[in-house]
Ligand binder design. Structure first.
Ligand SMILES: NC(=O)c1ccc[n+]([C@@H]2O[C@H](COP(=O)([O-])OP(=O)(O)OC[C@H]3O[C@@H](n4cnc5c(N)ncnc54)[C@H](OP(=O)(O)O)[C@@H]3O)[C@@H](O)[C@H]2O)c1
Length: 426
């Protein structure tokens, strides 16, 4: 057999990582694939920039030059944004290339189309690197959990947010200070909006939804919140009560009703994602047979992301069709107002923060804990989801859910007398 010819689209952090990994793991790849993988061309935006690559490699800004390489088998894509990545990969697939991408923004929007094109062309698409970097979640779901139904996915999908929340808690620092450190360390972009406002985690959740349920919610209906409203004072109270605040991306299917959100929630030490700290990512998948399966690892970075792309090589070369999408269930409805279930007969736990918080005339609120910090009252309560919704709708209150605490309504809400002296009408 001849060497396997490959091209790299993009030569930034990830592209350079793939180039390096192919060199340092040449022998391992050869023993797995039976042939060497040779990078023939690299596509970049700025043709004038000096690139430290082998002499034989064509470095170009013209995608057609890449596509015209005879017997090109593999196209790695690590450029930014929906376009031109989608168009380039569509053309590569039409030409019979196997493609491997790290581009989550593009894949969240166009992944389904690319997979369909690949199926029609009889080639495969690798997209492990789009979601949680080097953490092998995509192929764990698509190949190792094919018979199980996926009931829910709950994940920490953005390392920058997780790093900031971890360090705010451990060092007692303010959000802005930890963000600055994260930027100095290269964990956060100069423009951190995608990470700290939850967009990055949202794209990854949509990719996981397509994979797990064969569909994804209407994007506008998914509740998306970042971590910018989490304060160090809040974290101090949560810590005293035994909780950590985590930025969780969640989607579940419950009797045909689907619920999705990306937002900060509280987790206690029983929760599988409680110990996931710093820049780590983790994905917990609740399955029909295997129960809860959690995969944890580096969510980003040059070599972990390159690892996912290079590992995808074996998959795309050894499989003949790109249809790794599970199509077992379809999304019938999305209830974005509730984070864990669409049913209103559930009781959950919530922390409510307000300047003079109280509950008047509700039989549905059980006070579990309270604390006062300056003008702010912190209450840990148990109540029906419906009641929590009305609390969340009150713009004077900040409400955090405690993850994993929703129980059927038969769980009696009692001790109403414990509820509050401070009263305002909600
Ligand atoms: N960084 C990570 O840890 C990570 C992890 C998982 C997934 N990803 C995803 O991987 C992709 C690449 O990320 P990165 O961090 O490597 O980005 P990056 O460092 O900014 O590099 C982007 C590369 O793409 C090239 N490029 C941009 N627009 C192009 C265009 N229109 N045509 C041709 N080339 C173009 C750039 O060319 P020039 O060099 O000429 O500017 C650069 O080489 C993104 O989609 C990102 O979301 C990144």
């Amino acid at each position: 057999m001849a060497p396997i010819k490959a091209a790299l689209l993009g030569f930034g952090t990830v592209g350079q990582g793939v180039y390096e990994a192919l060199k340092t793991h040449r022998e391992q790849l050869k023993s797995v694939l039976g042939e060497e993988v040779i990078i023939e061309a690299i596509l970049v935006k700025d043709g004038a920039k000096k690139r430290d690559v082998d002499e034989h490699i064509l470095v170009t800004t013209d995608f057609d030059e890449v596509l015209n390489i005879p017997d090109l088998q593999i196209v790695f894509e690590a450029i930014v944004g929906e376009e031109p990545g989608f168009t380039y990969l569509s053309k590569a697939i039409e030409k019979g290339c196997r493609v491997i991408t790290a581009n989550k923004v593009m894949f969240a929007r166009h992944g389904k189309t690319l997979l369909e094109k690949a199926e029609a062309a009889g080639v495969s698409v690798g997209y492990e690197a789009t979601t949680a970097g080097g953490t092998p979640i995509i192929r764990s779901i698509s190949q190792l959990l094919q018979v199980n139904d996926i009931l829910s996915v709950e994940a920490i999908l953005n390392g920058t947010s997780n790093y900031i929340l971890t360090n705010m808690r451990e060092k007692g620092s303010a959000f802005e200070d930890v963000l600055k450190t994260a930027q100095d360390l290269g964990y956060a972009e100069a423009d951190p909006v995608n990470d700290v406002e939850g967009f990055d985690a949202f794209y990854k959740l949509m990719i996981l939804s397509e994979l797990s349920f064969g569909s994804s919610p209407n994007w506008d209906e998914v509740e998306r919140k970042g971590i910018t409203e989490v304060s160090s004072e809040q974290i101090e109270v949560f810590t005293r009560w035994g909780y950590k605040v985590k930025h969780l991306a969640r989607i579940r299917s419950d009797s045909g009703l689907f619920t999705a959100s990306v937002k900060p929630v509280l987790v206690d030490s029983e929760h599988p994602l409680y110990g996931v700290e710093d820049v780590q990512n983790a994905i917990m998948v609740e399955t029909s047979l295997a129960g809860k399966v959690t995969v944890q690892g580096a969510g980003a970075g040059k070599l972990p992301t390159a690892s996912a792309m290079v590992e995808d090589l074996t998959y795309v070369l050894q499989s003949h069709s790109g249809a790794a999408v599970r199509k077992k269930q379809s999304v019938l409805k999305v209830d974005s107002s509730s984070s864990e279930s669409g049913s209103s007969s559930l009781v959950g736990e919530y922390v409510v923060i307000g300047s003079s918080v109280g509950f008047n005339g509700s039989d549905d609120i059980q006070l579990l804990k309270q604390d006062v910090r300056g003008d702010l009252v912190y209450l840990l309560i148990r109540c029906h989801e419906e009641t929590a919704k009305s609390l969340k709708a009150n713009s004077e209150l900040v409400v955090y859910e405690v993850a994993g605490k929703l129980k059927p309504a038969e769980v009696k809400v009692e001790d109403r007398d414990l509820v509050l002296q401070r009263v305002i009408n909600l």
